[in-house]
Write a protein of this length. Structure first.
Length: 212
């Protein structure tokens, strides 16, 4: 059902906004708490009258929201997180983390006005958030989750260890092949006897050819 919000509601919308919600959520939570009213034709008409009376104020709010949203253009936000195996995070990243990063970057925004995929993010990668500055001003903002310094160091050390182990395994394999080949060297008695036998046969062949 459609309701008119009487004030900002986290994760739902702004004051004076008409939103669609489940009937149970409206009747059991929003309406009893005075957060919304049913969007009947009569109430929608009253809303339009209020907005018309607030036209100048609304224009100022929209202009301010548009100016804030413009600050997101070209802004790069990389949220650092501790990483476990592969790209999986220890813990998760949410809208509060992104809001904090945006505020530090000079963009005034509240976490309730940011919606990220799945509400929480648990893996490294690139994501897109919905950032709302006003009920009529919404921006898609791209950001990334990257490993923190400790995670990078741990990954480098792990890679170094794997490389050293691979090198040792290669050396062991080379030594094993060398030892296997040494069985047939000249110092081996059996090999030496075979060489003497081959030499005698070659001499006998040459003498036979000479006699002919």
């Amino acid at each position: 059902m459609n309701v008119i919000l009487k004030q900002d509601v986290d994760g739902l919308g702004f004051e004076f906004e008409i939103v669609s919600v489940k009937p149970g959520y409206a009747r059991n939570f929003l309406i009893p708490r005075g957060l919304a009213t049913v969007a009947t034709p009569k109430n929608v008409t009253a809303l339009n009258e209020v907005l018309e009376a607030r036209k100048a104020e609304e224009a100022a709010l929209i202009a301010d929201a548009t100016a804030k949203s413009a600050k997101l253009e070209g802004l790069v936000i990389n949220l650092e997180a501790k990483v476990g195996n592969g790209d999986k995070l220890f813990g998760s990243v949410n809208n509060a983390n992104l809001a904090e990063a945006l505020v530090k970057a000079g963009v005034e925004i509240e976490k309730k006005n940011i919606k990220i995929p799945g509400n929480t993010i648990k893996r490294l990668g690139k994501y897109t958030a919905k950032v709302r500055f006003h009920r009529t001003v919404e921006v898609d903002f791209d950001f990334a989750i990257v490993p923190d310094a400790d995670s990078i160091k741990a990954a480098e050390e792990a890679a170094k260890t794997r490389a050293e182990m691979a090198k040792l395994d290669a050396q062991k394999a080379a030594n094993a092949n060398k030892e296997e080949g040494s069985i047939f060297n000249f110092d081996n008695p059996i090999y030496a006897m075979d060489k003497k036998k081959q030499a005698k046969e070659e001499v006998a062949t040459e003498e036979a050819q000479t006699e002919e």
